[in-house]
Every structure is written in structure tokens, then in C-alpha cells.
Design a protein around this ligand. Sequence first.
Ligand SMILES: [Zn+2]
Length: 298
Amino acid sequence: MRLHTCYSSAYAPPCVPTLARLAIAARELDRLNLVDLHEPTALSAAELTGLHEETYLSAFLLGREPLASSQGIAWSPQLRDATLAMLGGQLEAARHALRHGLAMNLARGFHHAVWARGSGFCPLNGLALVALRLPQHRIFVIDCDEHGGNGTEEYAARLPNLHAASIFGTRFGCMGGPRSLAREVRVPRDGFQAYRAALRDIANLLAEQRPDLVLYQAGADCHVDDPKSRVRLTTRRFVERDLQVLRMLRSLDLPTVIIAAGGYQSAAAVAQLNIATVRCALHVQRKEWPFARGPAVP
Ligand SMILES: [Zn+2]
């Protein structure tokens, strides 16, 4: 059994180093026969309407500075096209998960992008996109990146069908608010039991709300060897995190999209963590996932 995974070489242009590393993860996952790679159709400019403030969207599409590079990566047509390809994959993975239970987008979720601009290397918010484009579905984002999902939190206050829950070591402005749960956990200071407790809080929210689709930001930058990590999960704890999240989603029978999210170690080290996440998903899927069937998706 392999994990249905959206990925295109357009996600990883060599001239954008933070994205080029996705190609290494894709190649390794494919070599290990862990994924079925599906090339998505890039999102059209028309499908972006309403995702961000119009001035920012047109600046990003046309490369109009300074807004076009507001996310912190120098704008280029390749960055724009990679972003649109990843957002297309996000929608395609969401539709697959709603039909079949589980999918992955080997991409960034871009959780820092806010309504008026990009931020934190995130040009357009690919998590909010799913809630915007599938308004008949209630979308729940579980964000376990090192950095708080401030952009998604802002969108949760704007979109009634979007709920966000974020566990992070670096707050990045994520404070909690309408339909947004925020938990700062630094394992060396708080212990891993605090991380487990935060995941239980999220499990309780999920059980109460029964969303139609969960987007899991399986960030790799909270790993102990990552230069940005304050959560500092050892590899064993990292795997425990993924198993706990995926098991709670399975036990509630919730369709799920896994998103690779960020990592700042070597590309090879981040790929190994992505592989660990996929192995956890396949283990839970093979042994335990009941293959949820969502309502028909347009
Ligand atoms: Zn991050």
C-alpha cells in the first residue's frame, strides 16, 4: 500500500532553495515505494479570487514589488508558479481525502500568509484556500510546525467553516482566538507530557466538532536537530507525535490531508523526517484506518 501523494516538479524549482529540497523528499519517498505520486493541475488565477486582498494577489501574480516578495523570498515567476502548483495540489489532495480518507500534499501549507500579504516564506495561504474553495465542508487545521500558524488563525476568524489548532515552540504571533486554539510547548522546559496534553485538547475539540476534513501540517522544523527548533522533539518523539495525531484522526474516522510543511536541516535530513511521517500514516492506514467516505465533492 502506498500513500496517495500530490507532487509536481513545479513545486521544487532549483532557483528557490527552500522549495528545491522537496524534490529530494519526493525522490526518496518514490524510491522506497511509499507513495503514489500524482501531478496536480496548478491553481488558476481565477481560483485565487477571494483568498487574499486583491492588491496583494495581483502584486504576487505580476511580480509587483515590494508586496510580491513580502513573504521573505525574492519573487520570481518560478516562485509564483511553484506556489500555484502547490495550491492546486492542496485542493486535489483535499478532494481525494474526502472521497477516500487519506492523502498527502508534498508541499508547504504556507500557514503564515495573512489576508493582506505574505509572511514567513509563505506567499499564499494554502490551508485557508481549502476552506474558501470547499465552503460546504467544515475544515479543521492541526498545525504541528515549530512555528505558530498565525495566518491560518487570522483566516479562522474570517471563514466560518475553518477551525485551527496550533502547537508550536515559536509563537509567530499565534495567540488563539475565534475558532483558533494556540498552545506553546517547549519540551526541554515543559516535558513531552505537555505536548501529549495539547494533542488531547485537540482530540477533544475534534470529537466535539466532527469536521468534514482535517489538514495536518506535519512540520519537520520542530525536530531536535533543526536550527529553528524550540519544541525539540527527538526522532522518537517526532514519530510519537505523528502516530498520536493520525490515530486520533483514524479513531474519529476523519478524512485527512497530510502536508509536509517546513524543515531547515539538510534536505536529506528533512526528507528522512517526511519519510517517517509517511510511514506512520501507512502504518495507521494499513492496520487501523477505516477509510472514511465523505459526502460527494464537487
Ligand atoms: Zn516552521
